[in-house]
Ligand binder design. Structure first.
Ligand code: PLP
Length: 403
């Protein structure tokens, strides 16, 4: 990331708050992941992690695939020149209209996860009269995964289950068959910040054991995202995930023949790429503590349900450490960025604070509460800085296309 002097200069030129996204970081993460995974794996960026146009275009230029969850996300990709033929469309609601939107625009791979969704998709395919479209079925081959956010198990609303309930894998496969849809294989996404490669290996084995014992032809396996990022604590290196996943995949390829492997990382690719820069705009002393008030808010720094740890840098001339809490500028009582005082290097009025690793699942949770401005988004690539649209400034344009 840029040095403090450059960040100060950008603050003078553009004002604060702003996000600064470094495109080279995205490329580095991509290369590291690619090196770690089996050679022919398809890497699909989980678009929801960071909607900055330069992020999308960087991954487009690397020849990546994309995973989207809504017409809005698909529209963002198209507006940035991505090929819909490289998009995997997944949805939670699985409505006919969104499938039609995807089909009309040339998406040919859909992940389905409910009986109603399969029916809706079948209707959309018939109405659109399209030919070659592939269906992956979302399943939960292992549950309660050791992860910061688990998306598999009794608390999960995603995909189909192996039990005999209505939305079971068996019923789903039968419905796919009845609708004459092209079943290409399975998809699972086990969670985010997954703590070890074991759940992936178990899930791969469970999936293929099931396919093998039911004589199901699997041409594609999409194992989701979830690879962890270090927010100031140790996580296993990506090479370890790649090596263990690679061994399990090779074993099943030897047994069943070739199939395509897809991964869908979001956080691993983007978290490190971005910092948020805010200014201390007020300070006060109350209840025995010093409180710095900044021109940003907690939603701009981290999002609890995505489990992040805050890492802070400061740009200040003072060297005398201070103990302070950091509050945001929103009129809601939970808007604390750091509630209990911590030691900071001499930060006071007008100084800048830099929050690291805000590249995944942060910017896209910014709230316009109090009708204050969302931060600017600056990107830096090969030393050139550019100002970009904040993702939310595109939402009106998306509606115009979808509605
Ligand atoms: C289906 C799916 N794929 C991929 C991802 C990306 O996960 P991560 O950012 O942890 O890699 C998510 C995140 O929620 C997801 O729901």
């Amino acid at each position: 990331m840029m040095d403090k002097e450059c960040i100060s200069q950008l603050a003078d030129e553009h004002g604060t708050p702003f996000y600064l996204v470094e495109c080279e970081s995205l490329m580095r993460q991509y290369e590291e992941l690619k090196e770690s995974l089996p050679e022919d794996s398809a890497i699909a960026y989980a678009t929801k992690a960071n909607y900055t146009p330069s992020v999308v275009r960087t991954f487009r230029d690397l020849g990546m695939h994309f995973d989207v969850f809504s017409p809005g996300e698909l529209n963002l990709l198209m507006r940035n020149g991505c090929d819909p033929g490289r998009v995997i469309y997944t949805s939670v609601a699985e409505q006919e209209e969104e499938f039609m939107f995807g089909l009309k625009n040339g998406v040919s791979r859909f992940v389905l996860g409910s009986i109603n969704g399969i029916k809706n998709f079948g209707e959309a395919v018939e109405r659109e009269g399209v030919g070659e479209v592939e269906v992956l079925l979302r399943i939960q081959p292992v549950t309660n995964v050791d992860a910061a956010v688990s998306t598999s198990g009794v608390e999960s609303k995603f995909g189909t289950v192996f039990s005999g309930e209505k939305d079971s894998v068996g019923n789903a496969l039968k419905t796919i068959d009845e609708r004459d849809l092209d079943f290409a294989g399975f998809h699972f996404h086990l969670g985010s910040q997954i703590k070890s490669p074991d759940p992936y290996v178990r899930a791969i084995n469970e999936t293929f054991d099931f396919a093998w014992s039911h004589d199901i032809d699997v041409r594609v396996l999409d194992i989701g995202g979830g690879f962890p990022v270090s927010y100031g604590f140790d996580v296993p290196p990506i090479e370890k995930f790649g090596a263990e996943i690679g061994k399990a995949i090779e074993k099943w390829r030897e047994k069943l023949g070739g199939f395509e492997l897809i991964v869908e990382p979001g956080r691993f690719l983007t978290a490190d790429s971005t910092v948020l820069v805010v200014k201390v705009v007020n300070e006060k002393e109350m209840y025995g503590k010093r409180v710095l008030i900044v021109n940003g808010s907690e939603d701009m720094v981290s999002v609890d349900r995505h489990d992040m740890r805050i890492e802070i840098g400061a740009i200040t001339d003072s060297t005398k450490p201070v103990e302070a809490a950091i509050a945001g500028n929103l009129c809601h009582s939970l808007d604390w960025i750091v509630k209990e005082p911590i030691e900071l290097p001499g930060v006071g009025l007008e100084d800048l604070l830099v929050f690291e690793k805000t590249g995944a699942y942060v910017m896209n949770h910014n709230i316009p509460y109090n009708l204050r401005k969302v931060p600017k988004v600056l990107t830096v690539s090969e030393g050139e800085v550019e100002e970009e649209e904040h993702p939310f400034s595109t939402v009106g344009k998306i509606k115009a296309v979808y509605g």
